[in-house]
Write a new protein. Structure first.
Length: 300
């Protein structure tokens, strides 16, 4: 992204928006601003601690200011009714994604793990109306007349970590006798939970959804929030183990890992951690480790 901007390939941008997440993202924002790279520079500086009353009121002001900034940028007037409609539309997207994941796990929808991962990523960038039209057609095409045993022939695993920059990982897990039944990576199912309340103040409702959704390691909702969520996924989807996929030098996930690993060990849930250096991935080594892990899981 930075290379594209410095090379002039992003000169068409009207705005560049940076959420307050990890240090890497914040420093990218600083570099963008200092070098006056393309687009109006906008920071969304959300709170790191999510459980205080001040966090909610502060976050709501941030969202309002962001909406005002965009309105000024496009020369329009912000419409709260359109905000409500957009929230409802994205709720439909999340419902459809949950249906796809559950249908695949139950054998009602024929799809590989990598296809599910692609769908989850596509939903985050595609126009929601276009996505809903396309996913409905895809579901009709992939729904089987006689539900198969689906993933029950394989041992289910939960995938967790930062963005999965290694799409072949899903295939490798399946080749080893496993199946990703829940994807808790940053580009996975983390944004598919819950719904925005339709009644009442749309700003308050939207803020509540953002602050109460599945916590990202860059945010804090309690020492056990992440581990409790992950163990909940293991129980909900009947997973036999957890595979962590971490980008090297991703500090938030690295800080979280020891405590989560300890909680999984206490519960007798096997886990494997894979560190990936984006752009330099040793597929053979990853395959060997996944194969050994799945042999352990299958043999339990």
């Amino acid at each position: 992204l930075l290379d594209d901007a410095l090379s002039g390939r992003l000169d068409f941008l009207d705005a560049m928006v940076f959420p307050h997440t990890c240090d890497t993202m914040q420093r990218l924002s600083d570099i963008w601003r200092v070098n006056q790279l393309p687009g109006n520079h906008i920071d969304i500086d959300l709170p790191a601690v999510l459980t205080t009353p001040a966090a909610r009121s502060y976050a709501q002001r941030v969202y309002r200011n962001f909406a005002d900034t965009l309105s000024d940028l496009v020369g329009g007037t912000f419409d709260e009714e359109r905000l409500r409609n957009a929230a409802t539309l994205y709720d439909r997207v999340r419902n459809r994604l949950r249906s796809v994941v559950n249908g695949r796990n139950e054998g009602r929808i024929a799809a590989s793990g990598s296809e599910i991962a692609d769908i989850l990523k596509t939903a985050s960038v595609l126009d929601p109306e276009v996505f809903l039209e396309g996913i409905d057609a895809w579901i009709r095409e992939r729904t089987v007349a006689e539900p198969s045993s689906g993933s029950s022939n394989r041992r289910g695993v939960v995938l967790s970590g930062s963005q999965c920059a290694f799409p072949d990982l899903y295939r490798i897990i399946e080749d080893a006798g496993g199946c990703v039944v829940a994807d808790d990576s940053c580009t996975g199912m983390r944004n598919t939970g819950g719904a925005v309340e339709e009644n009442g103040d749309p700003w308050s409702n939207l803020t509540a959804w953002y602050l109460e959704r599945v916590p990202c390691p860059a945010k804090h909702r309690g020492l056990d929030a992440r581990s409790d969520h992950l163990m909940g996924l293991v129980r909900e989807f009947g997973a036999a183990g957890v595979v962590f996929v971490h980008l090297k030098f991703c500090d938030p996930h690295g800080f979280d890992y020891p405590d989560i690993k300890a909680k999984l060990d206490e519960a007798g849930i096997p886990s494997l951690r894979i560190e990936i250096d984006e752009g330099v991935i040793g597929e053979g080594q990853v395959s060997t480790r996944i194969q050994a892990f799945m042999e352990t899981v299958i043999g339990r």
